[in-house]
Design a binder for this molecule. Structure first.
Ligand code: S3P
Length: 170
């Protein structure tokens, strides 16, 4: 359906490392608009890194901050928005995405491990990355699919090519 007039031009969801921020910046430039990332908003308002929030306050508290960040961003940001990989776990956050031009960026396990395993270790994939990835995606894939209007693969594509595919999909 049509998106709200003041809502975001596109909302990118998908697993960590899939390239939401990189593609989001390219897409925003193409559309002549701005890019915003809810992870960055959370870090700015909390005054600490996401890993510290997870350690100090726990994941449930992080998801609450994330829900507030998504609510603020979808209401006030007309540009391209990227959400953290686990944002869709929260039912209230999913409800905030109803009717918006949400695109699920996806990749396979080999690509995921390549992108997140070595140079940028993430706490959720630190141990047994392949196994953990499969478990996370088993839980999350239906949720990404539920909120998304389109699914775009990033496998074997440059950020520019992914941005093209997202534009075609919207
Ligand atoms: C998370 C993904 C991260 C960040 C947090 C939790 C997840 O965002 O929100 O570490 O649960 O998948 P990116 O998808 O931007 O890495």
């Amino acid at each position: 359906g049509p998106s709200a007039p003041e809502g975001p031009a596109a909302v990118l969801v998908g697993p960590m490392g899939v390239g939401k921020s990189t593609v989001g910046r390219v897409l925003a430039e193409r559309l002549g608009t701005t890019f915003r990332d809810t992870d960055t908003d959370i870090v700015e308002s909390a005054g600490k890194e996401i890993s510290e929030i997870f350690i100090d306050e726990g994941e449930p508290h992080f998801r609450e901050l994330e829900r507030q960040a998504v609510a603020t961003a979808v209401a006030g940001h007309p540009g391209v928005l990227a959400l953290g990989g686990g944002a869709i776990l929260d039912p209230d956050t999913r409800a905030l995405l109803t009717g918006l031009p949400v695109v699920f960026l996806e990749m396979g396990v080999a690509e995921a491990v390549k992108r997140t395993g070595l140079d940028a270790p993430r706490p959720l994939l630190a141990v047994n990355p392949r196994q953990r990835w499969r478990e996370l995606m088993e839980q999350r894939r239906p949720l990404y699919t539920e909120v998304a209007r389109a699914v775009v693969t990033t496998e074997g594509r440059t950020p520019d090519e992914v941005a093209d595919a997202v534009m075609d999909a919207l």
